[in-house]
Design a protein around this ligand. Structure first.
Ligand SMILES: [Zn+2]
Length: 236
């Protein structure tokens, strides 16, 4: 506990000095599987970011509200999973926002869901879209790019209105648990931030989803390293 922290929070201060930050982000919609995974996050004093795709139904809202109530960050991932950018460009940032994002955002606002983050479908984006989307979101999740090397972000470079470059986790991405643990080791050692993305969460999950076993192992490892396992809104 430092002096400012002590003066602000008093003796009950729960501020901690962590070794690095890891952000787990989940795209599309895992429904009850995401809610179920909350038990695991709680066990490791961890929060994540859940970025929802689809026309928002009462079920989507229920899940988002439950995750938000547990301290996770909730965000959006478009109505139809259309790419923002393409070789033959279909959308302007504004037309994309109006068609793919505003309908979701309006429903969230009507339901008191605090949306702070957005994930680009298939991680497709450019600086023009980023600039436009920062009007509405503090954090934009994209990928690490074609090189597929994990990115480590210095703490001084973490701020609102930033793009979070995620490394994909899942069998589709040929994830290796030991390699993923090494990424956590490096972030903890250098006191930097690294970002992961996946989708649904369930045991032995195939494809682009997060096998529950991986999630447990990674959270356990990050906790052992005393990392901050943070949702996007905790980066402020
Ligand atoms: Zn997606």
């Amino acid at each position: 506990m430092n002096l400012i922290c002590f003066m602000t929070c008093g003796l009950l201060c729960s501020c901690r000095q962590y070794n690095g930050i890891v952000c787990f982000t989940f795209d599309d919609f895992g429904g009850d599987n995401w809610v179920k995974a909350d038990e695991i996050f709680k066990k490791y004093d961890a929060h994540a970011t859940f970025l929802v795709c689809g026309e928002l139904t009462p079920k989507h809202i229920e899940v988002m509200q439950k995750l938000q109530a547990s301290g996770h960050t909730v965000g959006l991932h478009t109505v139809s999973h259309a790419n923002a950018t393409a070789e033959v460009q279909v959308f302007t940032p504004e037309s994309y926002f109006m068609q793919e994002v505003k309908p979701q955002l309006d429903i969230c606002r009507q339901n008191n869901i605090d949306v702070r983050a957005f994930a680009y479908p298939n991680n497709r984006h450019n600086a023009e879209f980023d600039q436009y989307f920062f009007q509405y979101f503090d954090y934009l999740r994209a990928g690490v790019g074609p090189v597929r090397k994990p990115v480590f972000i210095d703490r001084k470079d973490i701020h609102k209105k930033m793009v979070l470059p995620g490394t994909g986790i899942g069998k589709y991405y040929k994830s290796d648990l030991n390699e993923l643990k090494k990424i956590l080791d490096e972030a903890a050692r250098t006191n930097t931030m690294t970002v992961f993305f996946s989708h649904d969460i369930y045991p032995d999950a195939p494809g682009v989803a997060m096998p529950t076993e991986y999630l447990v192992e990674l959270l356990k490892h990050a906790r052992k390293l005393n990392m901050h396992i943070a949702g996007a809104k905790e980066l402020d």
